[in-house]
Design a protein around this ligand. Structure first.
Ligand code: WT7
Length: 655
């Protein structure tokens, strides 16, 4: 995050009280109530979570152990409890809500479907039986590579129903990325679609899947293909099956497989400091509890709400607040497959108006992009059903916050700026909307049971207001990651080693103001956030150096008005440094290459060529210098160690 952004949030003084009209109807309607919950949780964290687990979850068999910290940093929750997540999301609602709409779906071209709880339950049972018929069962890994259609949720829920561990791979990732994830997870099945639609174009998912499987993925025996976009696909006999064929003739009933609370519910790959994405592993009981209580605390979910989280199911937000949380809460959720600007920049607001969305949750990057296109778009639609707005994925700048507040929320809707991570499973820092006053750009305060702090390099709490430090969580919480799939050491090193196992290290820097409000400053590691998507700079570097013409590459970020951060790559080529036309041609080629290696989201926005990269005497790339150059800032670093100071001029773009 740039100095400018830190300054602008540092000088932010505005405070917005929860509207009284909101608070009176809210589940938690006053600061006192919120503080009471926090105090109860702080006094007895395990007891607090255990009581919630009993009131919120239907257990097949109750637990006697709330928290097992014996194998720290592997914390286990509700260990001897037995449950099924899909049962908790579907079956338990059938008595009272069988006909209630569970999912409202809208495609980009306007096709709309409404599925009741009974419908979703039936589809999940059919598909669970189809998976069983293919020999898939408890503990097997199933990769889901699908567009944002209800069947993606059905597939996830069906896995949960039979105890299979799903790993959803975002449809925007390339065949190469898909292959890496399938292989790391050792998946035996892949569920995909012929294609998805975005921005009027068909994203050919099955074709990408075929390319991935052609390169390896020896464990995959079954591929199930949903017909969605209608594009032609190749089907390999024996391995590939159409979704419709697999469910034909299956029973509409499927007994849930009861699993122990710690049974892995899913893996979700995310980027870290090193080249390889890590498979974040979540457990059943604790994760479900986190997704469900935050639906209540942060989104104040009520029976009549229409809840729309715009995240794709390929990200954790789409797991907790599309596929699991809303269904566990018995809510109505909206899913949209398509771009926010088709047919124009009013699409989100048009959907909100037509479907009477009451809670809208999206990414700052989307708000900034739509803000730029003008308020005439939202102003065309009746947004009066909205009562609560949310943001997630990256810091929101006060200007975008104010626009969201004024133009979308009509100064009537609280905004919940929610800080959390793939690893945390649930929202951790956010205002409880009927209780906690908000400040533009701050994710405010921790939720009950979340012991968050900002510490210095020694692990001591930073007590001076507005002093930056490491964001840490000092007590385990139920929806925390359990490990990195197949990489125990990396789990310990990444999240626990820094403060000798005492605290969970989030990898973000943050500060707290005089009121104790948290302000996220950015990542402390080599992770960047581009349009809210988490990318490892090392991952992009390895993709670049895999190109035959690239000798060396260093990737940093620079601020971007809409995307938050943009990808900036410095490249050393084999042979002569390209200039002018040859540089432009290579840049196009490298952008396409990275797209193919990782996915279009990782494409560098800028590429600069130099004869060398700036390194210290010990050979470490001077990343701080590169960041300053990418931002066009004056150079304050000592560059006397550089072998060739002219390199700096080349990196700065001088010919
Ligand atoms: C990283 C986690 C959380 C689900 C989607 C992203 C950044 C997330 C905020 C926020 C400032 C935020 C952090 C975090 N981040 N929410 N409200 N304010 N920064 O999950 O891909 O695992 O990324 O996103 O840097 O560590 P993720």
């Amino acid at each position: 995050m740039s100095e400018k952004t830190i300054d602008s949030t540092l000088s932010e003084q505005r405070v917005f009280q929860p509207p009284a009209s909101f608070s009176v109807k809210a589940r938690i309607g006053s600061l006192a109530e919120y503080q009471k919950l926090r105090a109860a949780a702080a006094a007895d964290p395990a007891g607090f979570w255990a009581a919630l687990a009993r009131s919120e979850i239907d257990w097949h068999k109750d637990f006697s152990v709330a928290l097992d910290a014996g194998k720290a940093p592997h914390y286990a929750w509700f260990t001897d409890g037995v449950l099924n997540v899909s049962y908790n999301c579907l079956d338990r609602h059938l008595a009272r809500r069988a006909d209630k709409t569970a999912i409202i779906f809208e495609g980009e071209n306007g096709d709309t479907r409404r599925l009741s709880y009974a419908d979703v339950h039936r589809q999940v049972c059919l598909f669970a039986n189809a998976l069983k018929a293919k020999g898939i069962g408890k503990g097997d890994r199933v990769v889901i590579y699908m567009p944002m259609v209800p069947e993606a949720v059905v597939a996830m829920q069906a896995c949960a129903r039979i105890g299979a561990i799903h790993s959803v791979v975002f449809g925007g990732f390339s065949a190469e990325s898909l292959k890496d994830r399938i292989e790391d997870a050792g998946a035996t099945a892949v569920i995909t679609a012929d294609g998805g639609t975005r921005g009027g174009k068909v994203v050919e998912l099955k074709a990408a899947c075929d390319r991935a499987l052609a390169k390896g993925c020896k464990t995959v025996e079954t591929v199930i293909v949903l017909k969605r976009a209608g594009n032609a696909v190749a089907m390999q006999a024996g391995r590939d099956h159409w979704w419709a064929d697999t469910v034909r003739g299956q029973a509409e009933h499927c007994d849930p497989v009861w699993v122990e609370s710690e049974h892995p519910l899913y893996l979700l790959y995310t980027s870290g400091s090193t080249g390889k994405p890590k498979g974040i592993q979540h457990a059943s009981g604790g994760y479900l509890l986190g997704a469900l209580v935050t639906m209540k605390w942060v989104f104040d979910i009520q029976d009549a709400d229409i809840f729309w989280c715009t995240a794709d199911v390929g990200w954790v937000t789409g797991h907790s607040y599309v596929a699991y949380g809303p269904l566990a809460a018995g809510a109505t959720l909206l899913m949209y497959e398509g771009a926010p600007t088709v047919p124009d920049a009013g699409r989100f607001w048009d959907i909100c108006a037509r479907h009477k969305v009451t809670i809208f949750y999206t990414a700052p990057t989307a708000i900034r992009a739509l803000m730029k296109l003008g308020e005439e778009f939202p102003n065309k639609y009746d947004l009066s059903a909205l009562r609560l707005l949310g943001t997630v994925g990256e810091p929101i700048n006060p200007e975008a916050w104010m626009w969201y507040h004024r133009v979308i929320g009509k100064e009537r809707c609280p905004i919940v700026d929610t800080w959390w991570q793939t690893e945390t499973g649930m929202i951790m820092l956010a205002p409880v909307p009927g209780a906690v006053p908000t400040k533009p750009g701050s994710c405010t305060l921790p939720l009950p049971g979340i012991d968050a702090d900002v510490v210095d390099e020694q692990g001591t709490s930073v007590t001076d207001p507005n002093q930056g430090g490491q964001l840490v969580i000092k007590q385990p919480w139920p929806s925390m990651l359990r490990t990195i799939w197949g990489n125990e050491q990396r789990y310990r090193d990444t999240y626990w080693a820094k403060f000798s196992g005492r605290y969970y290290v989030a990898g973000d820097t943050a500060r707290r103001d005089a009121d104790g409000y948290f302000w996220i400053m950015g990542r402390a590691d080599d992770v960047i956030k581009v349009s809210g998507h988490r990318l490892g700079t090392m991952e992009i570097e390895s993709a670049l150096v895999a190109h035959p013409r690239v000798a060396e590459a260093a990737v940093v970020s620079r601020p971007d008005d809409i995307k938050g951060e943009a990808v900036f790559a410095f490249v050393v080529t084999k042979g002569e440094r390209p200039r002018n036309d040859s540089a432009r041609a290579l840049t196009d080629e490298l952008r396409a290459w990275v797209s193919q290696q990782i996915g279009p989201i990782a494409k560098p926005d800028d590429i600069r060529y130099a004869e060398n990269l700036p390194k210290t005497r010990s050979g470490k790339i001077m990343r701080r210098l590169l960041r300053a150059i990418a931002r066009g800032e004056p150079i304050t670093q000592d560059i006397s160690t550089l072998e060739n100071e002219d390199i700096v001029k080349q990196l700065q773009g001088e010919r």
